[in-house]
Design a protein around this ligand. Structure first.
Ligand SMILES: N[C@@H](CCC(=O)N[C@@H](CS)C(=O)NCC(=O)O)C(=O)O
Length: 221
C-alpha cells in the first residue's frame, strides 16, 4: 500500500493529483500545516519536516520531484512519465523540476501573507519581489505554450503528462499571489488541466483550506 502524507494546498497536492491520475491504490494521511510536522514521528518520514512524504513498499520518500519521477517510472513510464528513449524526456524532466522554481516563490509568499499574519512581521518589499519573480516564471510557461512556430495545449509536444501536473499544481498555489491576466496561453492551459477530475479531487475541503482568500494582493506599508 502507498501512503501519502499530505497537507491540503501544499506541494503534497501535486503528489495527490499524480496518484489519482495514476489510478493506483493509495491512502492519505492528512496533517495540519503546523509545528506537528516537526515531531519525531513525522521527521522519521521526512527529515526536514516537509510534505509530501510517501511510504511505499516499506520505504520512505520525500522531495516532490523525486517522488514524481519514481511513481511515473514505476506505474506510468510513457503516459504520465516519459521514458529515457522518448524525444520529450528532456523537456519532461525540465518542466517536472521547474515546478519547484515556482513553488519556492509561492512558499515564500505563503509565509508572508498567511503564516506571518501580523503586519509588523511582513515585508512589502519581499511580497512585491516574490510576486514579480512568479510573473517571470509565468513568462517561461507562456513562451513554452505559445512559441510562434508551435502552439502547445500541454507543456510537452506529445501531450498531457506529469509535467503539467507538477507545473499546474505550482501555478495553482502561485495564483493566490500573482494573477494570470497577462499570460493568456498559460491561463487557457491552466483552465484545461484544472478541469481534470483528478485535479478537482485533489482540492481541499472548505474546512481544510490553508488559503482563506483566492488572491492576496501585496500589502502596502
Ligand atoms: N523541495 C521540497 C519542499 C517541500 C516543502 O517545503 N513543503 C512545504 C509545503 S509546500 C512544507 O512541508 N512546509 C512545512 C514547513 O516548512 O514547516 C519538495 O518539493 O518536496
Amino acid at each position: 500500500m502507498i501512503t501519502l502524507h499530505h497537507c491540503p494546498q501544499s506541494r503534497s497536492m501535486r503528489t495527490l493529483w499524480l496518484l489519482l491520475e495514476l489510478d493506483v491504490p493509495f491512502q492519505v494521511v492528512e496533517h495540519p500545516f503546523d509545528k506537528s510536522l516537526r515531531r519525531p514521528e513525522f521527521l522519521s518520514l521526512s527529515p526536514a519536516g516537509r510534505v509530501p512524504a510517501l511510504e511505499i513498499d516499506g520505504e520512505r520518500m520525500f522531495e516532490t520531484g523525486a517522488i514524481t519521477e519514481y511513481l511515473c517510472e514505476r506505474f506510468s513510464p510513457d503516459r504520465l512519465g516519459r521514458s529515457a528513449s522518448s524525444p520529450d524526456r528532456m523537456a519532461w524532466l525540465v518542466w517536472v523540476h521547474f515546478a519547484e522554481t515556482i513553488s519556492q516563490h509561492a512558499a515564500a509568499l505563503t509565509q508572508q501573507h498567511v503564516v506571518l499574519y501580523e503586519d509588523h512581521m511582513r515585508s512589502p518589499i519581499v511580497m512585491k519581489l516574490e510576486a514579480a519573480r512568479l510573473a517571470k516564471c509565468y513568462d517561461a510557461i507562456e513562451a513554452r505554450l505559445s512559441t510562434p512556430v508551435e502552439q502547445r495545449d500541454y507543456l510537452l509536444t506529445s501531450g498531457f503528462s506529469a509535467a503539467d501536473i507538477s507545473v499546474g499544481q505550482a501555478v495553482y498555489m502561485a495564483r493566490h499571489f500573482a494573477r494570470l491576466d497577462n499570460h493568456p496561453a498559460t491561463a487557457r492551459w491552466f483552465d484545461r488541466i484544472s478541469e481534470r477530475p483528478a485535479f478537482q479531487s485533489s482540492l481541499p475541503t472548505a474546512e481544510s483550506r490553508l488559503y482563506d482568500q483566492d488572491y492576496y494582493p501585496a500589502w502596502e506599508a
